[in-house]
Design a protein. Sequence first.
Length: 509
Amino acid sequence: MAASAFLKRFSPNLPLDSRNHEVGSHVRHPSVSPAKSILNQVLWMLGDMLLVAFAFAIAVRGWLGAGLFRTQSPYHTNPMFHERPLSVVIALSWFLVALIFASRRHHLYGPVQMRNTLHEQRLTLQACLTAGLFLSGSLYLMHGEIISRGLVLITIVATMILLCGRRLLWRLLMYRRFERGLETRNVIVVGTGRVGQALRHHLQSVRHLGFSFKGFVTVPECDIEMRTAGTDVLGSIDELIGIARRYFADEIFIATPCKPNVVKGLVEDAREAGIDIRVVPELYDGLAWNSPIEYMGQFPTIPLHRGHVPVLGLFFKRLLDVSLSFLALLLLSPLLAGIALAIRLDSDGPILYRSDRIGKKGRVFRCFKFRTMVADAERRKAEILHMNERDGILFKVSNDPRVTRIGRFLRKYSLDELPQLINVLQGDMSMVGPRPPIASQVKRYELSHLRRLQVLPGITGLWQVEARQDPSFDSYISLDTAYINNWSVWLDIRILVRTLTVVFQGTGS
């Protein structure tokens, strides 16, 4: 009969505090003490050292000797052990130290319940590879050319196999003991709500974790939503430490929101009683139950949703932008010089028109174009507002009196956009994308219009090749949104090809 059932049967009328005084104060708590935890870690480290030594012996016999099972030993015949024995000892010691530090860094000397099998194997391989890199670096610094690289490689690989096999075997043995009820850790869950019930079912269904659920402790102000725990309720939170002693609890899981001062008090009491305590966060109706904990600096976070990012596609898009913009600037440099000279001879003012535009995610950048208007065009804009041919936010006048003679030609064939190849090369723009708006336009955007600012603006886009002469702002937005929703590298290539057709047709204005 279990000790907790025995106590329930023979002392049901005793006050809880008196039962704790009679039983709990005279029984050594089974929780792992710091000294025992350190001893376990030391034993694991010694085991790793022995396996590394065995892996090194396998490497020596297999690589330098006449086989693993021949009687002749290479230690007496190989010059490496006669000329530079200290180098061998230092290299092997450095590998051992690096392996132990890497294993501790990955918490491989902690309880097996804190990680699953595949994760533990991956961390073991990672620790061995890290130690192998340090070993290779130390050999390079020590000029240890006499130590065979094949010997180093076999030692690292043999260490991986031996450590992974040892940890897997140990885990299987621990699972068998847990399933038989040996060396399990007794758990009390604070909170009878949805999270507490889910935790109870998980602990009871996954027996190989090594936890034994003993019951719930209620929090009166938080456990109103569920009172169906029945006989699993051991008491209230005010009696928690006494209940934990009575049921020989090793760990307490807080699975319901509690006031900070209550949790601090529980942590202090649990520390004095030698009981581990954990907090199970409220996971928003189970949204994050299967999500890993990710650290943002020192803050643990649980991702509830992560959008799909086409990393490979974006890489090829950027590669296409850089290669095309660089190649175009190189090949078109005589044309760019000729246009610059024509602008200088045609009218007074700068060759390039620089305008602050709104780019991806609202970032402001300086956009370049060839100047196609007179120098005081911005000041004269108010005079022609009544001539606007576009609706809504857009502004466009076909026969704009501010446009210069060379500017009208440049606009007809979209040659004024060529300096934006520099923006593409700098990463402010892309070859294909929505046109970059000015700040005054963005201020008038509705919330749905901001969708077009989620990607890099482009020199050309779907609107330019499909509806360039369409005055509708809704068409402008819908085509940009369609491009973003259906984007692919192949779509960019198709738009670029169609742009060449539009340019040669001279449909600009």
